[in-house]
Design a binder for this molecule. Structure first.
Ligand code: URA
Length: 434
């Protein structure tokens, strides 16, 4: 089957057969399809879309391009995946909460993408933490601790790795079937029994409208179930950063504060506990969502989740006293600067994407795929949408390593925040797709 003929069929709006899709994916993973062909295929799908059957075939072919994990554990294997946001450090709390409730969470996470932060970059800010362990260590930590947050290994869905990199630089990320196949191929390779999707919606999400977020959530849950994976989705609001912090070490500190109870941002708590409740309900670890919520809360309040996070960090090579003294280990930036509100009123709007880009300006995200991240920089104490401020009150605190980077971030923050009349503030959890 000629690669260019497959591309031509899709370009002209035809429905591809499972055989054509399999051949295309083989071309992507073996390298027999050229970079130009992979990009052209992505663009053809971007414009012509895919039927549900095509998206399912693409997902399975990408899953089968590499290894598939099989687990033999005394509890359900379950994970959560977010479509990407700003101040979204949910995974760091959620994995140990669910593990403390009897679930096993092999969480394969990604690096930051565009303006969004990545769980893997956050975990990499913990000194000594092995975010790319070999399969034996990964299995051991999941079995012994109950959770392990790591990066995608070379053997898991390698077709996605190449396809994703091409999509990232050809403006073809925001396609429902391509996102569906990309996320699910990795999740199915991880051998999960259950998955809860956190589909972000709003001005800091890849899917900015509610309707597009529902379309993506429905596509992912539908294809996942067809592949035998129990899957529900939450649509959550991303019209403001979720945590009060955005960065890498800064978000790890925020997560530790959440786990130990030193500080719990309200919207972050609502989303984290709702996702935990859903994970416990779909796996049968709780009778229903309400029971799941109670169980998740208890795991958090008792300190069991905090203890498991500390164990996971130590088991993967990080400091043994990390949960007790994160500040001793996390890098801190050279300077801090409060950004003053330019007027009195309410925080009427936050361009969340700009907040993510302010972190990139500071060096906390990448401009190019091979950029090194500065783990110490970022923003803390971000003012929530709707709060009342007086001119001169801080909108956030910038953590930077140079005055020039702080200036650039400050400009972005001031662009992002508008002060005016009190807005309608969306609920953190907008909808559950089950
Ligand atoms: N996250 C992924 O893993 N893949 C996509 O295509 C988009 C977000």
């Amino acid at each position: 089957m000629l690669t260019q003929e497959i591309i031509r069929h899709k370009r002209d709006g035809a429905e591809l057969s499972a055989g054509e899709i399999k051949a295309m994916v083989e071309g992507i993973s073996t390298g027999s399809a050229s970079e130009g062909q992979v990009a052209a295929f992505a663009m053809a799908v971007f414009f012509q879309g895919m039927t549900h059957a095509e998206a399912a075939a693409l997902t399975l072919a990408m899953r089968d391009s590499g290894d598939v994990f099989h687990w033999d554990l005394p509890g359900p294997v379950v994970d959560k995946h977010s479509t990407g946001g700003v101040g979204d450090n949910v995974s760091l709390m959620l994995a140990p909460i669910v593990a403390a409730c009897g679930g096993y969470v092999p969480m394969i996470s990604g690096r930051g993408l565009g303006h969004t932060g990545g769980t893997l970059d956050k975990m990499d800010s913990i000194p000594g933490y092995t975010s790319q362990p070999d399969n034996d260590l990964f299995r051991k930590v999941v079995a012994e601790v109950g959770c392990a947050i790591i990066g995608q290994t070379a053997d898991l869905a390698p077709a996605d790795k190449r396809f994703y990199a091409t999509r990232d630089v050809t403006a073809t990320v925001e396609s429902v079937p391509l996102i569906t196949a990309s996320i699910l191929s990795k999740k199915l390779s991880a051998g999960l029994g259950g998955l809860v999707m956190d589909v972000k919606s709003g001005n800091g999400a890849f899917m900015s409208t509610f309707e597009r977020s529902v379309e993506l959530a429905t596509s992912i849950t539908g294809v996942a179930r067809e592949a035998g994976l129990s899957c529900n989705a939450l649509i959550t609001d991303m019209n403001q950063p979720l945590a009060s912090a955005a960065g890498n070490a800064i978000e790890v500190q925020n997560a530790v504060d959440f786990l130990t109870g030193a500080r719990r941002d309200a919207r972050l708590a609502e989303v984290t506990l709702a996702l935990a409740a859903e994970m416990l309900a779909i796996t049968g670890l709780a009778a229903d969502r309400d029971a799941g919520l109670a169980k998740a809360r208890a795991a958090l309040e008792s300190g069991a989740a905090a203890e498991l996070f500390g164990k996971m960090v130590a088991a993967l090579g990080g400091p043994a006293d990390f949960i007790e003294s994160p500040g001793r280990h996390l890098a801190t930036a050279g300077l801090t600067r409060a950004v003053a509100a330019p007027a009195s009123g309410h925080v009427a709007g936050i361009e969340t994407r700009e907040i993510g880009l302010a972190v990139v300006e500071l060096g906390g995200g990448r401009r190019r795929a091979d950029d090194r991240i500065n783990p110490a920089v970022g923003l803390t104490d971000l003012a929530d949408l709707g709060v009342q401020v007086t001119k001169g009150d801080p909108l956030c605190v910038i953590h930077a390593d140079s005055e020039a980077e702080a200036d650039a971030a400050q400009a972005k923050v001031l662009e992002a925040y508008s002060i005016g009349a009190a807005p309608d503030v969306p609920q953190p959890v907008l909808k559950i797709i089950d």
